[in-house]
Design a binder for this molecule. Structure first.
Ligand code: PAF
Length: 282
């Protein structure tokens, strides 16, 4: 495994691989890797001749300075995990390498980017589009792998890929969960042991709420999820909505769409966690 921090060097290496007719897959990450990330890397290794993983905490997608400053960074551990997963290239650039000049591009990401995360984290998805488009431009992957914990992010990246006519297949990969059900996230590292015990209530409540369909109305399920989680003093729901899995717009009745998705953001102490679940309604 080669660790590279220069765009020019990575492009040279990958041109060499392409000359040998190797297919290249990309796993974009912000580091602080856990088993969820490693499952993406393993899939990328399986489905491509060459696997590139990027490690870059992208400042333009943080709308909160404190969140950026405290985002976990564990590069040595990340390299060891990637090596064990048989990743071929790790791209770990410095901020100046990715943003020699401020990136002023504004993407037209449409309605999928305006709700939920888009509404609560202004500028977040534009920042994601900036960095992912740069990574696609540098690596030119045939396939790129993203975790479904960030369900809305995948929809937004698909819009960006369409807008820019990029020849890359977006591969969504299932959420990995801790034994407690808590969705794996780099942010879980920030939880105190006490918070770590309480946070699984989010996933438990989502799962339980699927058993109410189709008996309860959509709004009743929403109220149940929000009230149950907010009863735990350390947890505070920021939003929970049940949305069409393609448009990400709110669903009012179960019959409106097939397999809608419940998407949640909740604070556990100071740490903001997201998760989602599919409601099978057919
Ligand atoms: O999902 C993430 O970790 C980030 O948003 C991504 C896609 C690596 C872009 O910085």
């Amino acid at each position: 495994m080669k660790v590279i921090s220069s765009i020019c060097e990575l492009k040279n290496c990958l041109s060499g691989e392409r000359r040998k007719s190797k297919t290249i897959g990309l796993v974009p990450t912000m580091g602080a890797l856990h088993d969820g990330h490693i499952s993406l890397v393993k899939r990328c290794v399986e489905e491509n001749d060459i696997c590139v993983a990027s490690l870059f905490v992208n400042p333009t997608q943080f709308n909160n300075k404190q969140d950026l400053a405290t985002y976990p960074r564990t590069p040595e551990n990340d390299y060891a995990l990637l090596e064990a997963a048989r990743c071929d290239y790790v791209f770990a650039p410095a901020e100046k390498e990715m943003y020699p000049e401020p990136d002023t591009r504004i993407f037209n990401l449409g309605p999928v980017a305006e709700v939920m995360e888009g509404a609560h984290r202004p500028g977040h998805f534009n920042g994601v589009a900036q960095i992912v488009s740069k990574l696609f431009d540098i690596v030119e992957p045939v396939k790129a792998y993203f975790g479904e914990k960030d369900f809305q992010q995948i929809a937004v990246i698909r819009v960006m890929v369409k807008e820019l006519n990029l020849p890359v297949e977006i591969v969504p990969c299932p959420i990995l969960r801790e034994a407690s059900g808590l969705a794996m996230s780099s942010r879980n590292m920030r939880l105190t042991p006490g918070q770590h015990q309480k946070a699984p209530l989010i996933a438990r409540t989502l799962k339980e709420s699927t058993t109410f369909v189709p008996g309860k109305k959509v709004q009743e399920v929403i109220d149940y999820v929000v009230n149950t989680i907010n009863k735990e003093p350390v947890l505070q729901v920021e939003y929970f909505d049940i949305v069409d899995r393609n448009t990400l717009q709110s669903v009012k009745n179960w019959e409106e769409t097939v397999d809608p998705v419940g998407c949640i953001a909740a604070f556990c102490g100071e740490t903001r966690l997201i998760d989602n679940i599919t409601y099978r309604n057919k």
